[in-house]
Write a new protein. Structure first.
Length: 64
């Protein structure tokens, strides 16, 4: 992983990926796990998830 994720970002990423896996998306790692959540967690730890977080920069406040 190239950055640290908050627990909320991590949960959202793993949940979204688990849903993809449950619906038949290809798995990016070799595993004998069957549970989509466990597979998504393993992918997250391996750094092979095809998902990420895009951060929105806050608008600048203009002080006058």
């Amino acid at each position: 992983m190239d950055r640290e994720y908050t627990k909320f970002e991590r949960a959202r990423i793993i949940g979204a990926r688990a849903l993809q896996i449950a619906r038949g998306a290809p798995i990016t790692i070799k595993t004998k796990l069957k549970d989509p959540i466990r597979i998504a967690e393993a992918e997250f730890e391996a750094g092979t998830l095809p998902l990420g977080v895009r951060e929105k920069k806050p608008a600048k406040l203009e002080l006058s």
